[in-house]
Design a protein around this ligand. Structure first.
Ligand code: SF4
Length: 225
């Protein structure tokens, strides 16, 4: 069976999943989207209001900002895979509960195993905590860590930068380093638009600790950044 078909099967399972209480309040589960062969994968936290409405990851204001950031890194959305650690929206954008994260973890693990990306960019603290224990994102954002056979690059969530404009330059700078990791030329930095204030539903949920998974060896910070 091809990777595309296997990814589609995982997506179908997610769309009908009832494994945790988040299934009850969702309009649409959001499996993630992107091609079946990618060098880089982006993992956020969970669907927000617009994602729940549309069944797509990173739409709305945070998604528009992510598109700008991808362009700054010479990346196109259609060339990367984008998903979240939980596939259904936590009510009111609250933090996902540990049992919800645990229930949903297999889907993400299967997606990672199938896609086998060289680089995973974590967007926000929950996805960071999946790979790196006891880290503060304010200290390690923009850093690349060797975890198993992959590079894990930790970044703020785009919605956090919409909520706190002071984080915006750091996020832009962190994204601008991605071409170096992927062996690509950096794009001419496009002019990014003036920050917009997000609606409440676009904001990143506050995060808590989460079990680390897929960590086959202690993370090693690289000297790239
Ligand atoms: S969040 Fe994950 S485990 Fe929970 S219902 Fe949705 S797909 Fe299933």
């Amino acid at each position: 069976m091809s990777e595309t078909n296997r990814l589609n099967i995982i997506s179908e399972e997610i769309l009908h999943c009832q494994k945790c209480p988040l299934a009850k309040g969702r309009k649409n589960a959001v499996p993630g989207e992107g091609p079946s062969s990618v060098d880089i994968m982006f993992i956020g936290e969970g669907p927000g209001y617009h994602e729940n409405q549309q069944g797509k990851p990173f739409v709305g204001q945070a998604g528009a900002f992510l598109d700008e950031l991808l362009a700054a890194a010479n990346l196109k959305r259609e060339d990367v895979f984008i998903t979240n650690v939980v596939k259904c929206r936590p009510p009111g954008n609250r933090d996902p509960m540990p049992e919800e994260l645990a229930a949903c973890a297999n889907y993400l693990d299967e997606q990672i195993a199938l896609l086998d990306p060289k680089v995973i960019v974590t967007l926000g603290r929950f996805s960071m905590a999946k790979f790196i224990d006891n880290a503060k994102i304010s200290r390690i954002h923009g850093q690349a860590h060797q975890v198993g056979k992959r590079l894990i690059v930790t970044m703020y969530h785009p919605a956090a930068a919409l909520h706190q404009p002071a984080l915006r330059p750091a996020l832009i700078e962190d994204f601008s380093k991605l071409p170096q990791l992927l062996g690509k030329e950096a794009a001419v930095q496009p002019k990014l638009e003036t920050p917009v204030q997000p609606k409440a539903e676009a904001l990143e949920p506050e995060t808590k600790s989460v079990q680390k998974q897929e960590k086959t060896s202690p993370p090693e910070q690289l000297s790239l950044f």
